[in-house]
Design a protein around this ligand. Structure first.
Ligand SMILES: *[C@@H]1O[C@H](CO)[C@@H](O)[C@H](O)[C@H]1NC(C)=O
Length: 225
């Protein structure tokens, strides 16, 4: 069976101290797409039990997969056993996947171990994927020549417009759309905010927002099968 490493934030507070964490459906939807076909592990900078964004649990309390994810014994065990990034052996995985939430923009974007992990995954030809704010975890990822993995590639992720709509611009160190465009990425988005959008450019798979999470899971599955 192919294997996928889900990487989640360990950050539970925004820049001004609002509660945050990883965004529930962005883990739950790809998880249930992939779980029948792939081995899945979790990792985060601080290891076990990365912080859930409780706002996402509230917003998705009517969503079947999100509710199931929180009650799922297997998932709870995997979260309790989430590896620290220093404990990850990339050889064990065919793909890495970054779950969103505002947390990754704050911790994973600046984490040196994560920068190395993502760069190594890319150089080794593994699938590198992310949804919503997850691509922020890849801003330090470089290819063998030291260039950003976004340079000259198409990508998507949470838009400036969506960030303004949710009133979170002041809560994060940078706007994902602006930052990755500055790294040479060609940004694409759905015609309307919150619409599903997935961009596959070689081994780089990105999704725009929560509505894109299941489609990102499907794109990862296709890429590793
Ligand atoms: C990237 O986007 C451009 C412009 O939309 C398109 O022509 C090109 O085919 C895309 N490349 C990939 C690899 O998807």
């Amino acid at each position: 069976m192919p294997s996928v490493l889900f990487i989640l934030t360990s950050c539970n507070k925004t820049l001004t101290g609002k509660p945050t964490g990883w965004y529930l459906p962005e883990a739950a939807h790809p998880y249930y797409v992939l779980a029948p076909h792939a081995t899945i592990d979790f990792a985060s900078p601080a290891g076990p039990n990365p912080p859930l964004d409780h706002g996402s649990a509230e917003a998705f309390k009517g969503d079947k997969e999100s509710v199931q994810f929180l009650k799922d014994e297997t998932v709870s065990q995997k979260l309790a056993n989430a590896k620290k990034l220093s404990e990850v052996n990339l050889k064990d995985y065919d793909a890495i996947f970054y779950v969103g939430g505002h947390g990754p923009v704050i911790d994973l974007s600046a984490d040196e171990l994560n920068a190395k992990l993502a760069s190594d995954a890319w150089k080794e030809g593994k699938v590198v994927s992310a949804v919503c704010h997850g691509p922020a975890a890849l801003v330090q990822a470089v290819d063998a020549s030291g260039k950003s993995i976004f340079s000259g590639r198409n990508f998507t992720g949470f838009s400036n417009n969506e960030e303004e709509i949710v009133g979170m611009v002041q809560e994060i160190p940078f706007l994902l759309e602006d930052k990755i465009k500055a790294l040479g990425g060609q940004y694409e988005k759905a015609s309307d905010p919150w619409g599903p959008k997935v961009v596959v450019d070689g081994k780089l798979i990105t999704g725009q927002n929560p509505a894109s999470a299941a489609c990102v899971g499907e794109a990862i599955l296709k890429a590793i099968q």
